[in-house]
Design a protein around this ligand. Structure first.
Ligand code: PRT
Ligand code: ZN
Length: 286
């Protein structure tokens, strides 16, 4: 039988859609029925398992799944035999300490002798130890943000994204314990066939990620500006330059980093670039 790499992703929740998109953008074709527990890609040797995110690190440690996509917060909390193989730049959030808004926060020592409610006891314990703090822990699995309001704890440690949940529960964020994003985790020992499939998949994931971070740019410019423009947008090897019908002018095609994009556009305009077109890239392989 041919080897399959088993990938565990979240069955439903905040990671699910982006995880499925990533696999699809990497060219995998598979059916995704609502109540399916697993599915097999039609054109790539992988099987996809749909699980609760909290269970994924254990399944990967037990080699029921070979790799998985989870939040880094879950990876760190579960303390399983997992290797972080790739950061995925989605589901960004932070795990933070929050206390009632009415409290006067005096710094980390405020937590001494207090009770903290959290679903992340290992991470909070490590944070307390690192900062030489002694506080009680109250582990709860959901709706942590209501704990201070109902008298269950003095403070909480929970996942924060926009902060509006804290706000509407009368809490304020006072310490960031860790930042998190979705990551691919793997069992530390994959057999060579599985490792080979994982390497192929990672190659595709990187092409998708690079494409997202870059744009294809086309512009017209006077020939005497080509050299300076090339130094601003050198592209992957060098820009493509095609003469225009209008004498003394060229069309220049290149690739530009999304983050530096607006700053570069201003520089290009001041060098005489005109008719600038910016187009998304679907895949990018260097
Ligand atoms: O059912 P299952 O166990 O699989 O899912 P789950 O309910 O445990 O997880 P889920 O789907 O809520 O989150 C999965 C992962 O997404 C988390 O482990 C984080 O890595 C990441 N993530 C990113 C978040 C958030 N953003 C987030 N905002 N996880 C939870 N939240 C919560 C937050 O705690 C708050 O209660 O969403 C609420 C809204 O956040 P604010 O700050 O925008 O108000
Ligand atoms: Zn969960």
């Amino acid at each position: 039988m041919n080897t399959l790499l088993r990938i565990a992703i979240q069955k439903s929740g905040r990671l699910q859609e982006s995880s499925l998109n990533l696999l699809q953008e990497s060219g995998l074709l598979f059916s995704n029925g609502k109540d399916q527990l697993k599915t097999q890609a039609r054109n790539f040797p992988v099987e996809i398992l749909f699980l609760r995110d909290d269970d994924i690190p254990q399944y990967v440690e037990d080699q029921v799944a070979d790799i998985g996509i989870v939040g880094e917060n879950v990876l760190v909390e579960k303390q399983k035999q997992n290797t972080l193989v790739k950061r995925l730049d989605f589901a960004r959030c932070r795990l933070s300490m929050a206390i009632p808004r009415s409290e006067n926060y005096t710094g980390l020592s405020w937590f001494n002798g207090k009770n903290i409610a959290t679903s992340y006891p290992n991470i909070v314990n490590a944070f307390l130890q690192k900062n030489n703090l002694s506080a009680g822990l109250h582990e709860i699995s959901g709706s942590v943000e209501i704990a201070p309001g109902i008298g269950l704890a003095d403070a909480i440690c929970d996942v924060v994204s926009t902060g509006s949940t804290l706000l509407s529960n009368g809490l304020k964020e006072v310490e960031v314990v860790m930042n998190s994003e979705a990551v691919i985790i793997s069992s530390p020992k994959l057999n060579p066939d599985k490792q080979n499939i994982l390497d192929k998949l990672l190659f595709r994931v990187e092409a998708v990620q690079k494409a997202k971070n870059n744009k294809y740019i086309l512009l017209n410019c006077p020939n005497d500006a080509i050299e300076k423009i090339t130094s601003i947008i050198p592209g992957m090897k060098s820009p493509t330059i095609i003469p225009l019908g209008k004498p003394g002018w060229s069309s220049l095609h290149s690739v530009v980093d999304e983050n530096a994009f607006w700053e570069k556009i201003d520089q290009l305009k001041s060098l005489g670039a005109q008719g600038i077109l910016v187009i998304p890239i679907e895949k990018m392989i260097l």
